[in-house]
Design a protein around this ligand. Structure first.
Ligand SMILES: [Zn+2]
Length: 230
């Protein structure tokens, strides 16, 4: 059994747990732990950086077992673990919360774009290249001129800033099919396996340069950080 602890608590940095399974992937050993703090890459969000008993690992979703498995990040091979062995796991928390802030800001910008009448086409929440892409099902004349694109971007910024000022809560639940559904209060809901900040007031320095239109897609690039934690 493996518990995806990163679903319940974005801010859990370390835990004492046990080895749930071991195996091999592309000829390299992996270890899966019971209390899994490690978020694998997915949903446009990068993988966590983590450690198992001090050995640096990268988590990967293993589609054969369905488990999140940890493989070595560097050159050094992982030691041989045994099932049931107690281990200490840890994540790079500053990197985690930076990813969670970018990812959650992406949901918020998606919500702001939908409020403009646009539909989500694609997203990426990777640092330095975060963006949400939309299509406009109805012709949107603002998108045809630089002034109009700035006006549309300003409408997004206003929506985003308002939700952050209200510190709307970010929550999740499993639906009837067992999918994890993430809610930004009443603003937005989406199936998502990513990590999120607790409330939109945790977001800081959310910046949206003027949107671009490329090949029929509205591209909203953005940057965001987590507020300073005491
Ligand atoms: Zn999400």
């Amino acid at each position: 059994m493996q518990i995806p602890a990163y679903y319940a608590d974005t801010y859990e940095e370390q835990a004492h747990t046990r080895v749930a399974a071991i195996g091999e992937r592309d000829g390299a050993p992996w270890v899966a732990v019971e209390r899994c703090l490690f978020h694998p890459q997915g949903g446009g969000q990068p993988a966590d950086r983590g450690w198992v008993d001090g050995h640096e690992v990268v988590p990967v979703r293993d589609h054969d077992s369905g488990l999140v498995v940890a493989v070595t990040r560097g050159e050094a091979a992982l030691p041989v673990f045994s099932i049931g062995q107690p281990v200490e796991v840890r994540i790079d928390l500053p990197a985690r919360i930076a990813h969670a802030a970018l990812h959650t800001a992406g949901h918020l910008i998606e919500a702001a774009g939908r409020a403009q009448g646009w539909a989500l086409a694609a997203n990426s929440h990777f640092p330095g290249q975060a963006r949400i892409e939309f299509t406009a099902p109805q012709p949107d004349a603002r998108l045809d001129s630089p002034e109009g694109r700035e006006e549309a971007t300003e409408a997004l910024r206003t929506e985003v800033a308002g939700a952050i000022a209200q510190n709307l809560p970010v929550t999740w639940e499993n639906d009837a099919e067992g999918r994890r559904i993430v809610h930004l209060a009443g603003l937005h809901s989406a199936p998502c396996g990513g990590t999120h900040v607790s409330g939109l007031g945790d977001l800081a320095d959310v910046a949206l340069p003027t949107l671009k239109v490329k090949k029929g897609r509205i591209r909203v690039s953005y940057s965001a950080a987590h507020r300073e934690r005491s």
